[in-house]
Design a protein around this ligand. Structure first.
Ligand SMILES: Nc1nc2c(ncn2[C@@H]2O[C@H](COP(=O)(O)OP(=O)(O)O)[C@@H](O)[C@H]2O)c(=O)[nH]1
Ligand SMILES: [Mg+2]
Length: 242
């Protein structure tokens, strides 16, 4: 059983001033022993400054600052390397906007050991997404179906961002070869871990649309996902998936 001291939650942030303080307070209240790493991409709204002031009274809160908005995928890669260097056994990925319920974190960590990847799924046994516009829901739902159809990945929610990786999964992955920059990153990692024969499990979650701040979803991110799902399939067929 992995303890919270051996786990870290990585939260990428871009302009999350409306959420960051509440998120840090919530994590401290619910799971004080859990390590927290914020990866901020130079948010013009001062998100990083809030993290720094919080660091004065939370020793296990860490911050990596990057110079500009470089994408969710590259932020996580940076965080994964950081976590591996420090010997953590479980790494949780979570958004800063309370779409993912921090209460569920221990449930994810408890799966690691028996599994190498715990996937938060909004679509097992029904759809559990609150307050998303129908358009966005359909986009996400069909993105998962599309990824499953093209790549054969057996998960009901391949685009979700609330996941937990074992140290072994991150070591097995060739982090240098991850090519997705935006949200396609979520599909790429799940596909690669599953393709390597590592043990994966889906954990049912409820997703709540953010109540404050803005989504960073863009057309560019969608196009990247459509193209990269094909690239994954092709690389596997050609035997060049790394
Ligand atoms: N560091 C970093 N964080 C990002 C970037 N894009 C999005 N995020 C963060 O990733 C999480 C998910 O993004 P969000 O805008 O909520 O996307 P949505 O939930 O898909 O609408 C949030 O915590 C964002 O602040 C980025 O380019 N860099
Ligand atoms: Mg969000």
């Amino acid at each position: 059983m992995i303890t919270l001291e051996k786990a870290v939650v990585i939260i990428p942030t871009y302009n999350e001033i409306a959420n960051i303080e509440k998120m840090l307070e919530t994590l401290q209240r619910l799971h004080p022993a859990l390590n927290v790493l914020i990866i901020d991409d130079g948010s013009p709204d001062g998100t990083a400054a809030v993290v720094k002031s919080f660091q004065k009274h939370k020793a296990n809160l860490f911050l990596i600052e990057r110079s500009g908005k470089l994408g969710l995928g590259t932020a996580y890669i940076k965080g994964f390397r950081w976590a591996l260097e420090r010997g953590y056994e479980a790494v949780i990925t979570m958004d800063c906007d309370f779409s993912h319920d921090p209460d569920s974190i221990p449930e994810f960590i408890a799966k690691i050991g028996a599994y190498d990847l715990a996937i938060g799924s909004r679509y097992t046994g029904g759809i559990r997404i609150m307050n998303w516009p129908m358009q966005r829901l359909l986009l996400s739902y069909f993105a998962s179906i599309y990824a499953r159809f093209i790549t054969g990945i057996p998960f009901s929610d391949s685009t979700g961002g609330f996941n937990c990786y074992s140290r072994k999964a991150l070591l097995d992955l060739n982090l240098d070869k991850v090519f997705s920059i935006g949200y396609a990153f979520q599909i790429e990692l799940k596909f690669k871990i599953w393709s390597r024969g590592l043990r994966c499990v889906e954990v049912p979650i409820t997703f709540w649309e953010r109540t404050v701040g803005k989504s960073k979803m863009s057309r560019k991110i969608v196009v990247e996902a459509v193209v990269n799902v094909f690239r994954l399939r092709l690389k596997k067929l050609l035997g060049t998936l790394q």
